[in-house]
Design a protein around this ligand. Sequence first.
Ligand code: GLP
Length: 261
Amino acid sequence: MEVIIQPDPQAASLVAARIVARLVGEKPAAVLGLATGSTPIPLYRELVRLHREEALDFSGVRTFNLDEYVGLGPEHPASYSRFLYDHLLDEINIAPHRVHFADGLAADIPSFCGAYEAAIRRAGGIDLQVLGLGTDGHIGFNEPTSSLASRTRIKSLTRATRDANRRFFDNPEDVPHHVITMGVGTILDSRACLLLAFGREKAEAIRAVVEGPVTAMVPGSALQLHQHVYILVDEAAASALERHEYYRWVYANKPAWQQYG
Ligand code: GLP
């Protein structure tokens, strides 16, 4: 894991955007896995800026979103597809047929999930998967005890996750109980992962993901089994890391061509 500690969320998001931009520059037909939540918003804002002001070209890119609420379609303001259109996809040059969503309105969810996995495979696999982190260490909507080999499927949310996401709904009761999420195994199949976490409330989860044991109780800890993971954190989210001095030293001593900041 490459742990990159930055002074604040904005600085970390600029580094993340450079990682995405470098990939898209080197591989114009890159396949991106996209996450929602408040954490990646500054990353998407910077990608939109790079597109508008520095001509970053997304015309060859394909995207797959990580997760979605069952029962919500792109018209629903709290759906993850709406979120991604609003924060990124409507603002860059990507054709609709290159954008793939977990379909919260699918009539046959198991068949949809199988087809989604097949579509990812047909696209050649995900080159870079953007991830946020739940305070309990979940990635996507893979709640604690999710199989580390899991694939795209329906999941039931924990009370804690429903509570955390209440802020996006007018009525707390409206937060769906069920979601579709790429599995931990699906995420591990991507060629690289970029996990973002900001704020003191994510510090314990980051410590568990980076320095704890690999356990289904902390689904993000499965990333320790992946060869190519960037962990981008601000000082607050890094504050519980035991080895933070080491991570800082490694990043500061990277050759310039390997640095993103
Ligand atoms: C939800 C999403 C996750 C996200 C998490 C954290 O559970 N399914 O993908 O990482 O929330 O959200 P936030 O970035 O708003 O803290």
